[in-house]
Structures are given as structure tokens and as C-alpha cells.
Write a protein that binds this ligand. Structure first.
Ligand code: SER
Length: 591
């Protein structure tokens, strides 16, 4: 069974169980400032997991594209990638453990659905600790559907607990399903979670607690189910394979790398093949997202840059002459071909994707040459690479450390890797501190702040149209962290100081009027006809909410929002700049 059919079946199964279908949200989340990318299907649903009703009801099913950069070091083995699609079914305060587990089992094993061999399934459940009891409830349900005792293992928080990503927020025990992947070896009677041949394929999370600022786990008012099935991994076991990169979502990329490099896969170069495959796919999806960003030295843009540069380095390791063609562009073409039906936006944004990849290739090419020159000078000077020199190559020329080591090895000169790592950690620590600062507070607190920033974003959009006297100005992107809002809109010149001041004053004037924010549910078409503003490129579900701030604004939005403008405090623009051709960007805060 191909991944495409699996996706269809999953959606159909849960539709029959009363779930409403939603589209994959952007890879760049706006409802959850605790993560840079959507790492699981739950991030776009956070407002609904903490109590806001979803316009489509309490049962949701989706296929969400995800990026998990924390798994980057695992890429190279048979089953890890940083980009993947996650199939998920959701209970927003509706069904709980019994239905979730029984449906998981039915979908996996029923001949009508996946028809996987129940004798090759094993389960892990939460073993209990000071915060929450052992999840006997889950294991009993597994036994009742036919999983024997010796195929159920109990593990701690590290393995069988989900969330929260920040310090506070909804979380709970989970139960994971594993499948014995080798076809030619019978599954052992007793389950050993350490044996890597048991591949994790699905995770049912029971969100029943809220972690408080004091570190307590209080029962949630609304108990949710959040499940996540790895699309690629399940397709892999359905196809009787043990190597993820053999399935149709990867194979054409692998084949293209073979053609470009003229190399076959060997034990020594396998990791390079897999890294290039995963990273160019992730890069294509980041660029081709509705909130797509170009490579930069900040946040998502920096991750994107590293994806591209790391791919280029591994292409070089495979002996590819980077000057001979735009290799990442060639690979992105293959990625788009694989996904063009499920993600048509990739095709629509292909020029942007190719341009940015090409620019980044050229840029790295330049620093690469300069860096190589610098490297030769270092070697000529005293036949070694000191920690400081290695760090310079890393920081100023964008060389990954592995590349510096590789170069030193070629020249047969020693390199102070230990010293470099120290420098590197110092630097890492600084950036990690930065990251923690951004994420501090966690989800519950963050959601209060982001609600206000959301509301401010709506007012800002209207204030821009009003001050610039141009009703055709539209939102071209928005991003909210717990510190600031960022708003992109179409306009062809820099705004003057006076205009910025006038926009700021208008927003503050609306805030001061203490206007109540009204929410109304309606069919999407009707909402658009009624003149509600919609974000460019966003696919909305058939029913949406329209938020109205007096007679001032009317926007389609999934929220969350403040209930009265008076809650917002003082609005302040901190930056106005160009974001790309014809698009301006405003960053603002609430004081
Ligand atoms: N949030 C859980 C996971 O990502 C289930 O969707 O594994």
C-alpha cells in the first residue's frame, strides 16, 4: 500500500467514526510560540486542546506535515527523518482511552483497513511516577483487544508522556504502538523496547493533566486524545520494508542523488544519501509553505540555511561538483513532483523555492571559496588548526565542524576539536539561553499573551489600510511569539515616520475605546462574501469563525483572541522593514 492510499484510508476510517477533516496547517505555527516548527499535529490545535471550542466539533482527523529538528542527529539510520507527515485523530473533550485504543487496534489490524499482523504488534504504557499513576487503564484496554501481557511494556516519562513543550500546559501519559519490521524473522514472544527492529508507528496521547507554573499536574477540565501516526513508517511496514528511504516518498530523491553524483549507495556513503534526501525535502517544504521564509540567520530561516548547507556539504562528500549545476534545485524539483497533488502550494511557489535555493547555493559557494582560502592560510602558518581558527571557519564562513575536520584530515594537519567544542558550546549556550527566554512561561501563559497579540494584529491590519488609504492592502503573513507580533502586507515603499505614528495612534485609539470582541461561526463562503478579511494562501475548513471588533474589523480567524480591546495595554511599533519584493513587515509589541 502506497502512502497516499494509507492517508486516504486513515481519513476515511475516522470520518466514519464521526471525525471532521481539517487540512494540514502551516509548518510555521502561530498558535504556539513554544516551538519554531510544527513538530506534531497538536501544535495547530493548541487553542482547542485548552478549551476553546472547535468550529467543526469535538472529533477531528488530519494529516499534518511536521518538522522535528531535534531528531537531526538520528538522520542516517533506517527510520529517522526530520520532515514527516503525521496522521492524527483528535478528541477535544469527547471520547477517551477506550475508543482511542480500540480504534487504533481496529484500524491497524482489521482486514478492511490496514490488515497488519496483530502478532507483530507491541505496546508501551506509562509506568507511573510521583506526578501521575501507572496507566493500568490503557494496558487493560490493550489486553481486552487481544494484546498479550508479554507484549506490553511500562516505561517512564521520557518514553510515555507527551508535553508540554514549554513549562506549562496540557499533557498526559501516552501509549505507543510498535511493529516488528523484519519479514523474514518471526517476532519474539516477549517485547523488548530496546530492540530497534520494533518500529514505533503510532502514539495515542491522553491529555488529562495541566502542568502548572509550580510544577504541579492538575487534572484538565477537558480530557483530550491526541494521536500521531507516522505516515512514512506505516507505509514502510505495509510495504514489507525495513528501510524508510525505500518507499515512494523518498526513493525518487535517492535515485536523483545517484544520477547527480554518479554513485551507488555504499555502507560508507549511505548517511550522506539519507541526510541530503531528508534535508532537501524539509528545505523545499519550508520555502513552499504558506508562511514560507527565505534562508537567514534567524529562527526558521537559520534552520533552513543549515538544511541547505548541510545538504551541499554531503553532496560534495559524494563527489558532486557544486559549480556544475544547482543541485538542490534539481532535488527540489523531485520533491515537488512527489508531493504536488497533496500540497499544490509547492508547485505554485516553485519559482520562490528555486530562486532561494539557488541564491543560498551561490552564497555558500562564495563563503566556501573564501573559507577554503582562509583555511589554507591557517595551515601554511603553523601546520595546525587551533580552536579559534576552527571557530572562525564555522562562524564567519558557515563551515560545519564535520567539514573542517574533513579538510584537516585531507591536509594531514591536527585540529583542536576539543577546544573548538568548548568555543562552540559557549556560543551554543548563549543561543540556548536566547531560546529559553523566548519560550519561557510555557503554553498556558503564552496563550494569554498571544491572544492579545492576535487581536492587536487584526486592529493593526485595519489601521494600515486606513492610514495608507488603500483597501487593497492584505495580510501576507503573520507570526506571533510570546514577545511580539510580526505582520506582512503588500505595499511598495517604506512607510514614513508620520505614517507609522498615525498607525500606532489609531491602534491605541481603538484599544482605548474598550470594544468587545465578538465571535460568530459561519460557513467559509458566507464569511468571505460578508467582507471578512482572510489570510492569503491559507486553506480554511468549511466552517470558520469571524471575529469582529465593533465596526472596525472583521476577520476570518481560528483565534484565540482577547475578549475586550481594553485588555491589550499599549501598542508600539518597534520595526518597519522590507520582507521581500513588494511586501513590508511590521514588528510590534504590547506594553
Ligand atoms: N503528540 C503526539 C506525538 O507527536 C501524538 O500526536 O507523538
Amino acid at each position: 500500500m502506497k502512502a497516499k492510499e494509507l492517508k486516504k484510508k486513515y481519513i476515511k476510517f475516522f470520518k466514519e467514526k464521526g471525525h471532521a477533516i481539517i487540512e494540514s496547517a502551516s509548518l510555521i505555527p502561530d498558535n504556539d510560540p513554544t516551538v519554531l516548527f510544527t513538530t506534531a499535529g497538536m501544535h495547530p490545535l493548541v487553542p482547542f486542546l485548552v478549551g476553546q471550542p472547535h468550529p467543526l466539533g469535538k472529533r477531528i482527523v488530519d494529516a499534518q506535515r511536521c518538522i522535528r529538528t531535534q531528531d537531526i542527529d538520528e538522520v542516517g539510520d533506517d527510520i529517522h527523518t526530520t520532515f514527516f507527515e503525521m496522521l492524527g485523530n483528535w478528541s477535544l473533550g469527547d471520547y477517551f482511552k477506550k475508543e482511542a485504543i480500540e480504534w487504533s487496534y481496529e484500524f491497524l489490524t482489521s482486514k478492511k483497513w490496514l490488515g497488519l499482523d496483530s502478532k507483530r504488534i507491541s505496546i508501551t504504557c506509562f509506568k507511573g511516577d510521583k506526578d501521575a499513576p501507572k496507566d493500568n487503564e490503557a494496558s487493560e484496554i490493550w489486553k481486552s483487544v487481544g494484546i498479550p501481557n508479554e507484549r506490553i511494556a511500562f516505561l517512564g516519562k521520557k518514553d510515555n508522556w507527551w508535553g508540554p513543550a514549554g513549562e506549562t500546559g496540557p499533557c498526559g501519559p501516552d501509549t505507543e504502538m510498535f511493529y516488528w519490521s523484519p519479514n523474514n524473522i518471526p517476532a519474539p514472544k516477549k517485547f523488548n523496547p530496546e530492540d530497534k527492529r520494533w518500529v514505533e508507528i503510532w502514539n495515542d496521547v491522553f491529555m488529562q493533566y495541566n502542568k502548572t507554573k509550580e510544577g504541579k499536574f492538575e487534572p484538565l477540565k477537558q480530557k483530550n486524545v491526541d494521536t500521531g501516526m507516522g505516515l512514512e513508517r506505516v507505509a514502510m511496514v505495509l510495504q514489507g520494508k525495513t528501510d524508510l528511504f525505500e518507499i515512494e516518498l523518498f526513493k525518487p530523491i535517492i535515485n536523483k542523488i545517484k544520477t547527480i553524483s554518479g554513485k551507488d549507495i555504499t555502507k560508507a556513503n549511505k548517511q550522506s544519501f539519507r541526510i541530503i534526501t531528508d534535508h532537501t525535502k524539509a528545505a523545499t517544504f519550508i520555502l513552499g509553505d504558506e508562511r514560507g521564509v527565505p534562508p537567514s540567520n534567524l529562527d526558521q530561516g537559520y534552520i533552513l540555511r543549515r538544511y541547505i548547507r548541510r545538504s551541499l556539504r554531503h553532496l560534495r562528500l559524494l563527489g558532486v561538483d557544486l559549480l556544475s549545476m544547482d543541485t538542490t534545485v534539481e532535488l527540489a524539483k523531485v520533491v515537488i513532483e512527489i508531493y504536488k497533488e497533496d500540497y499544490p502550494l509547492l508547485k505554485q511557489k516553485k519559482d520562490f523555492i528555486f530562486d532561494e535555493l539557488k541564491k543560498e547555493e551561490d552564497k555558500f559557494q562564495k563563503t566556501l571559496d573564501k573559507g577554503l582560502k582562509e583555511f589554507r592560510k591557517m595551515v601554511d602558518k603553523d601546520s595546525q588548526i587551533t580552536a579559534k581558527e576552527a571557530f572562525l571557519l564555522y562562524q564567519s564562513y558557515g563551515f560545519p565542524i564535520e567539514m573542517i575536520e574533513e579538510l584537516a584530515k585531507e591536509k594531514n594537519v591536527p585540529i583542536d576539536t576539543k577546544g573548538f567544542n568548548k568555543e562552540f558550546q559557549k556560543h551554543q549556550e548563549l543561543s540556548r539561553k536566547g531560546a529559553e527566554q523566548r519560550f519561557k512561561g510555557g503554553l498556558s501563559e503564552a496563550s494569554e499573551i498571544t491572544s492579545k497579540l492576535h487581536t492587536a494584529t487584526h486592529i493593526l491590519g485595519e489601521a494600515i489600510r486606513s492610514v495608507l488609504k488603500n483597501p487593497d492592502i492584505k495580510q501576507k503573513g503573520s507570526n506571533i511569539t510570546s514577545e511580539r507580533l510580526r505582520y506582512d502586507f503588500n505595499f511598495d515603499r517604506k512607510l514614513t515616520e508620520e505614517e507609522l505614528k498615525a498607525i500606532e495612534d489609531e491602534v491605541n485609539n481603538i484599544i482605548k475605546q474598550s470594544i468587545e470582541i465578538k465571535k460568530q461561526e459561519m460557513p467559509t463562503e458566507k464569511a468571505i462574501k460578508s467582507g471578512a478579511q482572510a489570510e492569503f494562501g491559507t486553506k480554511y475548513p468549511p466552517k470558520v469563525w469571524v471575529y469582529q471588533i465593533g465596526n472596525y474589523t472583521k476577520d476570518i480567524c481560528m483565534g484565540p483572541h482577547a475578549s475586550n480591546t481594553s485588555e491589550l495595554g499599549k501598542f508600539k511599533i518597534i520595526k518597519e522593514e522590507s520582507s521581500s519584493a513588494g511586501i513590508r513587515r511590521i514588528k510590534a509589541i504590547l506594553e
